[in-house]
Each structure stands twice: as structure tokens, then as C-alpha cells.
Design a protein around this ligand. Structure first.
Ligand SMILES: [Fe+2]
Ligand SMILES: [Fe+2]
Length: 203
């Protein structure tokens, strides 16, 4: 199941901060998918439905979520750092903390990913395996709850105030390019991997 942005009712690349918040909803949604599959299949054999759900969530965290981290670390934070100034000092310190939390999340996702691989291969989790994935997911839930709330409620609104229209446009262009898209959501030429004939960006 591809995950697309830029579809009807969703912000386009001309509203990059809203797109970043959209991505948070996907992170939360796919974490819930992992939790639901664990709840349902933790003590019994995976069936096709369970496998498909696991693969979909696994693919999102392998492909889509890292692009969101790049949107923040390579497009948004550097522009806030360029602005500098006393007014933004707290925000810049927060950006440093958020980057450390991204590293923490990445290592937890790597752990979940490896365990899900083993689960898909054997079709069944051991009691220890169930406990280990549940523990990783709990840590991710806790980490993301604060991280995402801060970005949605503090960082992005402050960035919207601090950054000019040109900077926001550049961020949107970089986000589109990262997904092999033009800023209107159509597929950019000579970019492998993106879907043909669709609008939107796989996240
Ligand atoms: Fe973040
Ligand atoms: Fe984020």
C-alpha cells in the first residue's frame, strides 16, 4: 500500500511545514499498525493479512520516515541555524536535541526492523521476541509523543514565523526533490523509484 502525499485534501509542497506535520500522522499510524499486529499475532502464526500489515509498516519506516528526518535535518534546521539570533536561541538548542532524538529513534527502528524480519521469516514470535518488540515500540511511543508534540506545537509554528517565503519555498522544493517529485506533485523526470501516473509524494 503506497503512502502518498499531495493528494486531494492534503497540503502541497508549497506548505512544507504542514507536510512535515502530515508525516507525523503517518509515523503515529504505522507505529499503531505494528502494535496492532503484535497484539493480534504475538502468540499465534502470522497469516497473509498480518504479514502484509507488517511489511507495509516496515517499508514506511525504511523509506518514508528517513525522508522526513532529512526534511528536518537537511532542509529545516539548517535554515533556522542560518537565521541565528537571540530570539531563536532556544529553538536552535531544541533542534540539536531533536537531532539526538532522531538518532535514538533510528536505532530503535533498526532493532524493530531486524526483529520484524525474523518474525516474517519464521511466521511466529517467541515469548522473548514478543517482549522485545513490545519494549522497543513502547520506547518509540514515548520518544515520539514528546518529540512530535514539540515539533507540531512549538517548532513548526515558530519556524513559520521566522522563515521567509523564499526559504519556505526552497524547503518545499527540496522535499519534493527528495521524493522524485516536482513541487506540483507530479513525477520529476529522471528520478527512479517514484510512481508513474500519480500525483503526490511517497513518504
Ligand atoms: Fe523530528
Ligand atoms: Fe518530525
Amino acid at each position: 500500500m503506497p503512502v502518498l502525499l499531495g493528494q486531494q485534501g492534503q497540503p502541497g509542497f508549497d506548505r512544507p511545514l504542514e507536510l512535515m506535520s502530515d508525516c507525523h500522522r503517518r509515523i503515529e499510524g504505522f507505529l499503531r499498525v505494528f502494535a496492532r499486529v503484535l497484539d493480534r499475532y504475538g502468540s499465534r502464526e502470522l497469516d497473509e493479512e498480518g504479514m502484509n500489515a507488517l511489511r507495509t509498516a516496515q517499508r514506511y519506516f525504511r523509506e518514508g520516515a528517513p525522508r522526513h528526518t532529512e526534511d528536518e535535518e537537511d532542509s529545516l534546521f539548517p535554515r533556522l541555524r542560518e537565521l541565528g539570533g537571540d530570539d531563536l536561541r532556544e529553538l536552535l538548542e531544541a533542534a540539536d536535541r531533536l537531532e539526538r532524538e532522531h538518532d535514538e529513534a533510528e536505532s530503535l527502528h533498526a532493532s524493530v526492523d531486524a526483529r520484524v524480519d525474523g518474525w516474517l521469516e519464521s511466521g511466529r514470535l517467541s515469548t522473548a521476541g514478543t517482549g522485545a518488540i513490545a519494549s522497543d515500540l513502547k520506547k518509540l511511543d514515548r520518544l515520539y509523543a514528546e518529540h512530535i508534540a514539540f515539533e507540531d506545537k512549538v517548532l513548526f509554528p515558530a519556524a513559520a514565523q521566522a522563515l521567509g517565503a523564499d526559504e519556505l519555498r526552497c524547503i518545499g522544493e527540496e522535499m519534493a526533490a527528495r521524493r522524485g517529485r516536482n513541487t506540483d506533485g507530479t513525477q520529476a523526470p529522471d528520478t527512479g523509484g517514484a510512481q508513474h501516473g500519480t500525483r503526490g509524494a511517497q513518504r
